[in-house]
Write a protein that binds this ligand. Structure first.
Ligand code: SF4
Length: 401
């Protein structure tokens, strides 16, 4: 098989909290359905009386997927989860579960230099870095990758459009050199994460002349002092992205798409307050609440950024074919939103400061919602334009703490 690259410092083990088994429709392949539906589950667990437990997907639902059925739930929680325990797992072992549950929360990015494994931060185990290092799970991860490959035979990510910025293509080898430096900077944990991110953004900017064939590097600021406050467009962007990633009410079809029109309308006409169920907050109101000074939270935010970069989940085939610099600035914007949303959660429960629980809830929601984002056409162009400037990234880093 292809070389499997496994990140250092990322652990995973199921914590048995049951939270990952809610809020999803669990799809099943034909083989999953045949295997699982052949068992009389109500005989094993009388709690599984809900009928029917499965339904066939419509042609539209199954189009382009390896799935034929899904597990039915009328509560939003998988009916096989009883007392925080997966009954399929308990009765028949992990390899009897639906394929998607076996793969979760592992993520794989296939690239010209091999497959890069990471975990999804929707998983509570991933958020808390629970269990054994992924590096010690190589054999299991290799099996999961092969299963993923079998399930998605058409998965062929196209990295041939890798660009540093709009109109600045780079080769995969050039990208790997850039990524090497980004990861080195990110690992300098004697510096605050915001400073490391700023240094990464500045470093990326110095690569622009090289990509354009111009030899002189562009100087870029690497300190967070004397930075102007957030401007009106920064706040409008925070509000638009917050609506997308932390929707106060369920998004309608099409809402999961960034449209240039929508961004413009939100900027000029819309509220710049961050909406939460039944309330809203301005950036200033949220900023006034202290974030948590906690090593565990620092480590979580670092791992979140590191996983995106190592897993190549922020640009090119890893994220809507956006270019590298706006993709990296999107990570900075996500971190800003994570902080603001964690503060909003703390404020809503009238807590004096943010805790790890607020950040964990925010990061799980963000990861889930970002995974469902669609990006293409005019939306991608607007997105690149709004997130390209390193000055905006610097203002976000300096003004949201
Ligand atoms: S089948 Fe088991 S692991 Fe999968 S969602 Fe249901 S309870 Fe969770």
């Amino acid at each position: 098989m292809e070389t499997l690259h496994i990140p250092q410092g990322i652990n995973y083990e199921c914590t048995g909290c049951g939270k990952c088994c809610s809020g999803w429709a669990v799809p099943m392949t034909e083989a999953d359905h045949e295997r699982i539906s052949a068992v009389e589950w109500t005989g094993i667990n009388p709690a599984l009386r809900q009928k029917p437990l499965y339904r066939e997907l419509t042609k539209n639902e199954s189009k382009g997927t390896p799935y034929s059925h899904k597990i039915v739930s009328d509560t939003g929680t998988c009916p096989f989860l009883v007392d925080k325990l997966c009954n399929i797992h308990a009765e028949r072992g992990i390899e009897f579960k639906p394929s998607i549950c076996q793969l979760f929360p592992y993520c794989f990015s296939e690239t010209p230099t091999g497959v890069y494994a990471t975990v999804s931060f929707v998983s509570v185990g991933a958020v808390y870095n629970a269990g054994a290092p992924l590096l010690d799970q190589r054999e299991y991860l290799e099996r999961k990758w092969l299963e993923f490959r079998r399930m998605y035979p058409d998965y062929k990510p196209d990295w041939s459009h890798t660009r540093l910025s709009v109109g600045m293509p780079i080769t995969w080898e050039q990208y790997l050199q850039i990524e090497k430096r980004l990861l080195e900077i990110l690992k300098e944990d004697e510096k605050p994460l915001a400073v490391r991110l700023l240094e990464c953004s500045s470093f990326l900017r110095t690569q622009l002349p090289a990509a354009a064939g111009v030899p002189t590097p562009v100087a870029a600021p690497t300190t967070l002092t004397d930075v102007p406050p957030l401007n009106s467009l920064d706040k409008a962007l925070l509000s638009v992205f917050h609506k997308m990633y932390f929707p106060a009410k369920a998004l309608k079809q099409g809402d999961g798409d960034f449209s240039a029109m929508r961004l413009a309308a939100e900027n000029f006409l819309g509220s710049k307050r961050l909406q939460l169920p039944g309330t809203s907050f301005s950036v200033e109101e949220l900023n006034a609440l202290p974030f948590c000074d906690d090593k565990e939270v620092d480590n979580l935010l670092y791992r979140y950024v590191f996983s995106h970069v190592f897993g190549k989940k922020y640009f090119g085939a890893g994220f809507g074919q956006v270019s590298i610099i706006p993709g990296f600035h999107h990570i900075i914007l996500m971190l800003s939103l994570l902080k603001l949303h964690s503060k909003a959660l703390a404020k809503m429960r009238q807590a004096p400061a943010v805790t790890m629980l607020d950040v964990a809830a925010a990061i799980r929601q963000l990861e889930r919602q970002v995974g469902e984002t669609q990006l293409g056409g005019y939306s991608a162009a607007a997105w690149e334009m709004m997130l390209g400037p390193s000055t905006r990234a610097r203002r976000l880093l300096a003004n949201i703490h």
